[in-house]
Design a protein around this ligand. Sequence first.
Ligand code: P1T
Length: 385
Amino acid sequence: MRFSTRAIHAGQDPDPATGATIVPIYQTSTYTLEAVGVTKGYDYSRTVNPTRVALERQLAALEDARHCSAFGSGMAATAAVLNLLGAGDHVVVTDDLYGGTYRLFSRVLSRYGLEFTYVDMSDLTEIRAAVRPNTKLFWVETPTNPLLKLIDVRAVAELRRPGQIVAVDNTFATPYLQSPLALGADVVVHSTTKYIGGHSDAIGGAAMTNDDAIAETIKFHQNAVGGVPGPMDAYLVMRGAKTLALRMREHDRNAQAVAEFLAASPDVERVNYPGLETHPQHALAKRQMRGFGGMLSFALRGPAQRALDFVKCTKLFSLAESLGGVESLISIPSRMTHGSIPKEERERRGVTDGLVRLSVGIEDVEDLIEDLGQALEQTRELALR
Ligand code: P1T
């Protein structure tokens, strides 16, 4: 089955109890047993719930994976993957990544004896130089948040030695545009809060793999720690995921047009979007992705204050954290999503106070461009001062 068909049919069998065509929201914490040890396959909803199982089958199919565990957030899914490691293990991590992932690694997991080295993973020599005898995991986010750098997943998988794991956070690209497992990764992680859910109405996460042993450990962690989504959120993500292909085609088209508009503007210093020929890794993006996605970031000409004013001037782009919904969002990563990275560290990586990030929605792109145009105009005076 092809992608759109899988998105609509995988895991979506009619309900065995009633024949309901759409998977019901099994809003129950527990299940009545026929006798001690005799169940219909369900005993307690932290362990297993039919709505969540349907979602997991659907999401596994989207990544062409044999296994999927769904979580209550992208961070819970990330934590579950890191649970594959133990004290004394070392992780090579992309230095441009979601601030919350950095916070989990640097302020939570490092207290448990895990070691992290942050490098620019768009440069393979930096990755090779960071590897230690105790390196167990390569943590890849591509395109990265918020600078939209690309990491060559196939190349990272090729330098992995036996016993090492390559995990890819595929949240920005989505399985519609990028298939990390096919490129050689061992595990894929998603914040399903974003494009997969697609409507900014649910928080969720997922981890997919074809490796039986990895899948078993993640499943164990899902039940033992309990970071599971409730049935209502599982349902919302599942409903959203059915239209992922349609939405991604529009996100991709709109973001390309917005990126070209910004790149042509004298008000804009630099645009980070893999779909632009000027992107330093445009060739890799074309090879590794089937489109360039709906996320971009850019630096305005003028002082950083111009960016702070700019995000107040847009009318269609809401000033908000998060991404991947049908509606357009705008943010200042350094002050919002990446605020937990120390300022010096952030600026060294290029996440300056003047950087603006867009999650380009699927509204009419002419309206989006007009909105950005009027915000550029309103803030132009400040740039000239
Ligand atoms: O918010 P949550 O569902 O827990 O997902 C965390 C997460 C994981 N990975 C990536 C690449 C992400 O971008 C995120 C969350 N990001 C935002 C909230 C944001 O605005 O960038």
